[in-house]
Unconditional design. Structure first.
Length: 298
């Protein structure tokens, strides 16, 4: 008698097959941040997921932040992290720390990918003029060297993908005067996904997805059309940090990205579960004319 656990594994692989076929050679941008960056085991899971996507024929690009790590180093040198409207106030000194910390995190991720047998290259928005930006203006005060993306030059990423590298990007860019700015990693991931016309943009953060009622864990929404996401914002069902995230998702889809996934990076292998299973585990946001579940075997 064949072991049932082995049969279950075969079933999982068969379920993944149509997705592997559909997304073969397609670009997937993965925004990696939150607590999953601080836990070594979760970090390993995320990198394994990205490597597996690469090895089955996808073209993943990782865009990562490092906010919690930056705050840790800012505190370490005796400074107090400050935020206005959820955005880090970044003076000259903080900017230097942010750039050093993000570069360090970047090279750690590159090493992890390469240890699994896939070639990776770490770059920032300055390299090849990838991310041009201008100073971000917000209500409530001056937040310093925080940039708003104004232009993406994706040539460097296309070149890396063509040469079979997995690009890993950290969000530091230049303005027109070559002044350095820290860019919100969500914004950078959206801008890159739009410029690359990515098939998928996946956000790995500390939220499980979009809820109809934030106080009811049973109200997680598996799939949302753009107009439904806009309605949730208008009607006040989502609030706080989810509003800019959801607006970024809507903007990405309206600018050429096919699907956006909001995933809880604290769940091991959440990326694979969302992309390769029929129901997924987070929230997928899709264009109004898009199909819901690509493959429904039920």
């Amino acid at each position: 008698m064949v072991n049932q656990a082995l049969l279950d594994k075969a079933e999982v692989l068969i379920e993944a097959l149509p997705y592997i076929q559909r997304f073969n050679r397609k670009i997937v941008v993965i925004k990696y941040g939150g607590s999953a960056m601080l836990d070594d085991e979760l970090k390993k899971n995320v990198i394994e997921d990205a490597v597996l996507l690469k090895l089955v024929g996808f073209k993943p690009i990782i865009v990562h932040g490092g906010g919690k790590e930056i705050s840790r180093w800012v505190s370490k040198v005796g400074m107090e992290p400050q935020f206005i409207n959820g955005l880090r106030v970044t003076d000259k000194e903080t900017m230097e720390i942010a750039e050093m910390v993000l570069a360090k995190v970047n090279k750690e991720l590159v090493a992890m990918v390469q240890s699994l047998g896939v070639k990776a290259v770490g770059i920032c928005g300055k390299d090849g003029g990838l991310l041009k930006c201008e100073k971000k203006q917000v209500d409530g005060g001056d937040i310093g060297f925080v940039g708003e993306v104004t232009e993406v030059n994706p040539k460097v990423l296309y070149d890396l993908l063509e040469k079979d590298f997995l690009p890993i990007v950290y969000p530091i860019g230049y303005d027109n005067r070559f002044e350095t700015y820290n860019i919100n990693a969500d914004d950078a991931a959206c801008a890159i996904a739009e410029a690359m016309k990515a098939e998928k943009l996946a956000f790995l953060s500390d939220v499980e997805g979009v809820y109809k009622d934030k106080d009811d864990p049973e109200s997680l929404i598996s799939e949302l059309y753009v107009h439904e996401a806009e309605d949730l914002i208008k009607e006040g069902y989502v609030g706080g940090g989810m509003i800019p995230k959801l607006k970024g998702c809507i903007d990405a889809i309206e600018n050429g990205v096919n699907r956006v996934h909001l995933l809880d990076g604290r769940i091991p292998h959440s990326l694979l579960l969302e992309i390769f299973t029929n129901k997924g585990i987070g929230t997928a946001i899709l264009r109004d004319e898009g199909d819901k579940y690509y493959y429904d075997h039920e």
